[in-house]
Write a protein that binds this ligand. Structure first.
Ligand code: MEV
Length: 442
């Protein structure tokens, strides 16, 4: 990673866009050659047509919108990137962008993906002799892998396909368990740039009858596992201590100590870890939603991974070493950039282009980097002034708009609410009336 840089060399091309209005913000992306002017109009709310929606799900009525924006200040593996984010919760984009800026001061975020291995499970029941069945399946593994790959020429030509088999034995949990022992076959598949559910499920269904022959049992479930512990992404970043506090460099060490204490709290306690990880997933999911991904699969996998050692724990951890606060996180992230919604949703295509996403790894690294930044943003706020001040400032903007403020009135009313520390509709209405009276006064 790089050394502490000057402000000027640390500038991200989209830095400061929160100060622009929406159309100037779009223009900035166009000027930076990151989007075409027409392309950004997909974010006017007409991204996916009702006809496409009707083909995608049953009983469709149309589509449903969320705010879409970009997280900025990210430098990932030495490259400046923006993160498309779709989310309803105020302050998530702001917090990720601010924390990404802090991480830039330490050289940016390093991200590394494992091979894209997704695992399918075939459940075998009533296996008369499990030891013999396991030996027979092992002996036939090449034949089984060949069978699994048979109808997936495109995937194998691209370097992917079924790679190996693993066998597991699941015994009854106790006297009340109504089902006998199971042999479970794990089929490990390199899915390249796909999310992998379709290909892996198909392969499991293809090999199941042969597994029944070999084991003498009967196959029941044939489906991927969302606990993708063979398809992970690891992200690391660091912040120079004297950059942690914008106003007072000397306060950085104290703030870093607070962040470490918050991290250790989540490492020790499942109650805190749940909220710690929820904050991480605020960032990860926002990217995944904008990129049209199955974020429920990633959520399920991430939380199961957080409990992999038998106790639910923090996904990201922070430590101080020397003059830096270091953060690190590994999580399973099965995403795909071929097929599915990526093909039909124009908003998703634009989001992927904005995020410079060409491969599944590009997307996984981006989502995980935002997750790490999000966690830093949350812990920094929680360990410092608390989270509510920032939340309430953004909430104030909504309240101002709700009571009828328009244009520059929104900022003026929300500022006045923050100064008065009053964040309710009545205060918004009162302050708007006062502002209008003042502006009308000669
Ligand atoms: C709120 O959406 C997320 C946080 O609660 C995360 C955290 O507590 O670490 C702020």
């Amino acid at each position: 990673m790089g050394t502490k840089g000057s402000e000027a060399e640390d500038q991200h091309p989209m830095s400061g866009i929160h100060r622009l209005d929406l159309s100037a913000r779009r223009q900035r992306l166009v000027d930076a050659d990151m989007a075409d002017p027409d392309e950004l109009s997909v974010f006017d709310g007409a991204g996916l047509s009702a006809e496409s929606a009707d083909r995608m799900i049953e009983n469709a009525l149309g589509t449903f919108s969320l705010p879409a924006g970009i997280g900025v200040n990210l430098r990932i593996n030495g490259v400046d990137r923006v993160a498309p984010m779709a989310i309803e919760e105020p302050s998530v984009v702001a917090a990720a962008s601010h924390a990404a800026k802090l991480l830039r001061h330490g050289g940016g975020i390093e991200a590394h993906c494992s091979e894209p291995i997704v695992v399918g499970q075939v459940q075998l029941l009533d296996v008369p002799d499990p030891d013999r069945a396991e030996r027979a399946i092992q002996a036939a593994s090449l034949e089984l892998l060949h069978l699994a790959n048979q109808n997936h020429r495109r995937l194998t030509a691209a370097g992917g396909g079924a790679r190996s088999l693993e066998l597991r034995r699941l015994e009854p949990l106790g006297p009340d368990d109504p089902v006998g022992p199971m042999v479970v076959v794990h089929l490990q598949v390199d899915v390249r740039d796909a999310m992998g559910a379709n290909v892996v499920n198909t392969m499991c269904e293809t090999v199941a009858p042969r597994l029944e022959d070999l084991s003498g049992g009967r196959a029941r479930l044939r489906i991927l596992t969302n606990l993708c512990d063979h398809r992970t992404v690891t992200v690391r970043g660091r912040v120079p201590l004297d950059r942690l506090d914008r106003r007072e460099a000397a306060r950085g060490s104290d703030l870093a100590q607070g962040i470490v204490e918050a991290s250790v709290f989540a490492e020790r306690d499942p109650y805190r870890a749940t909220t710690h990880n929820k904050g991480i997933m605020n960032g990860v999911d926002a990217v995944l939603v904008a990129a049209g991904q199955d974020w429920r699969a990633v959520e399920a996998g991430a939380h199961a991974y957080a409990a992999r050692n038998g106790r639910y724990a923090a996904l990201a951890r922070w430590r101080v070493t020397g003059e830096y606060l270091h953060g690190e996180m590994t999580l399973p992230l099965a995403v795909g950039v071929v097929g599915g919604v990526v093909k039909v949703h124009p908003g998703v295509r634009t989001a992927l282009r904005l995020g410079r996403v060409r491969t599944a790894s590009d997307l996984a690294e981006l989502a995980a980097a935002v997750g790490l930044a999000q966690n830093l943003g949350a812990l920094r706020a929680l360990a410092g002034d608390g989270i509510q001040a920032g939340h309430m400032r953004l909430h104030a903007r909504n309240l101002a708009a709700e009571v009828g403020a328009v244009g520059s009135e929104i900022d003026a009313v929300s500022r006045a609410m923050a100064e008065a520390r009053q964040y309710d509709r009545d205060a918004a209405q009162r302050l708007l009336n006062r502002l209008r009276n003042e502006r009308a006064a000669p």
